[in-house]
Write a new protein. Sequence first.
Length: 156
Amino acid sequence: MGITGLFHIAIKTNDLDATVDFYTQLGLCKVERPDFGYPGAWLACVTPGGEAIIHIYAGGAALGTEGKSPLGTAAIDHISLTATGFHQFRQKFQQANIEWREFIVPGTNLWQLFVYDPNGVQLELTFDGAFEEEPQPDMSPGKAYVAGSNFFKARN
């Protein structure tokens, strides 16, 4: 008996297309999803036999009592994914006008980028800095990630 890994994360959305686009632009790919009777998508890592790690659903199953999906991550603070290409991701966020924050995990070679998906779900991309090009993450005020802070701005 034991935990063997992360199976998937499920995200509710009011805008399925924008959410799928956000994650596929980061490098995940759409994979086959069963017909649950409501709209959605399964996204996977681009690896041989990549597993569906993010499930997105919309429509009736995603709607709360107010008729729309909630924003933010509620009790879940963020989703963390490992990645490569720190500076390329940063450039992609800048070109797409997506706000981000940067961080170096103290005492490690771990570099991080924090962004929000269109639903206000905070995403942490974690990189092994030993394999990334300089410069290191910008830890200056306004650019450095501050735990517990929220820089999400809902898109209209």
